[in-house]
Write a protein that binds this ligand. Structure first.
Ligand code: SAM
Length: 272
């Protein structure tokens, strides 16, 4: 199967859904003029544009501080990167945003693709309330938020895909495997998990990101940037096919995505 490889990508065993190949690395912006439903001549895979979704998300929060924070998050994870992440999400189906915070990114993904049902969970009740308010204001019927502790989440619900953006490095190391194990149980066979993390190389970018994280969470909270080999081994041990996708940024953030596909049970895999 033809596969595009970025210079710093390490491709690991396994296949990915057809929709994710070839991966986009910093694609040119596909944004349309305000209000247009997809760019002219977009071909068979149009994306629905509803004005500028980033600005709409930001404007949906009352607090100036949260709007400022959201602008910061959308600067760090700006649209080129959201497209890199979004290409791995199914265009329809149930998608979980784990540790969604204020829901900035799931609101964005819900606005971009109305066929996606986005579900966000977070421990923080204030953030979840604000995320639900923002979804209402944006008129999104496909974005839902609940207060849940993902580490103790006992549910029968299943999802076609899930993503975790900048959360794992805030968890104590010993909690990460059980945390991901519970999440795995919520994914349907063949489902996709996207983990956005901070890579531990190059060192200067790692130290810069660590400083920002420390300013956000203080000096006592755990922060651990997993070396990619360890994270990949952990995810593969849980039964995922894993591909590392480095998101190259001129800003000093060593973003890395782990694109994981849950293996189908033997005999249910489609074709060769
Ligand atoms: C660094 S913030 C990232 C928020 C969001 N994903 C983003 O990228 O903007 C981490 C979030 O994870 C949430 N969180 C931490 N542990 C959690 C858990 N066990 N279950 C659910 N949410 C959790 C925190 O409340 C916080 O909102």
């Amino acid at each position: 199967m033809a596969r595009h490889r970025g210079a710093s990508d390490a491709t690991h065993k396994g296949r990915y859904p057809p929709s994710v190949e070839p991966p986009v690395h910093h694609s040119a912006s596909r944004r349309s003029p305000e209000g247009l439903e997809g760019p002219a001549g977009a071909g068979p895979d149009p994306v629905r544009y509803i004005g500028d979704p980033v600005e709409k998300v930001i404007a949906s929060f009352d607090s100036r501080i949260i709007r400022l924070y959201s602008r910061g998050r959308f600067t760090i994870l700006r649209e080129v990167f959201l497209e890199e992440i979004g290409q791995y999400l199914p265009r329809t189906g149930r998608v979980l945003d784990l540790g969604c915070g204020f829901g900035f990114f799931s609101l964005y993904f819900a606005a971009r693709e109305p066929g996606r049902e986005m579900f966000g969970i977070d421990l923080n009740a204030r953030r979840i309330a604000d995320a639900n308010t923002a979804a209402l204001r944006m008129g999104l019927e496909n974005a839902h938020y609940e207060v849940r502790d993902a580490a103790e989440w006992d549910s029968e619900e299943t999802f076609d895909a899930a993503y975790i953006l900048d959360l794992l490095h805030h968890l104590p190391e010993r909690e990460v495997a059980p945390f991901l194990g519970r999440l795995r149980a919520r994914l349907r066979p063949g489902g996709t998990l996207i983990v956005k993390e901070v890579e531990d190389r190059p060192r200067w970018k790692m130290w810069f990101t660590l400083l920002l994280d420390r300013l956000m969470v203080g000096w006592r909270e755990p922060i651990h940037y997993w070396p990619p080999a360890e994270m990949i081994a952990l995810l593969e041990g849980l039964g995922f096919d894993v591909k590392k996708h480095s998101m190259r940024d001129w800003l000093p953030y060593p973003h890395v995505l782990y694109v994981c596909r849950l293996q189908e049970p033997a005999g249910e895999s489609p074709g060769p």
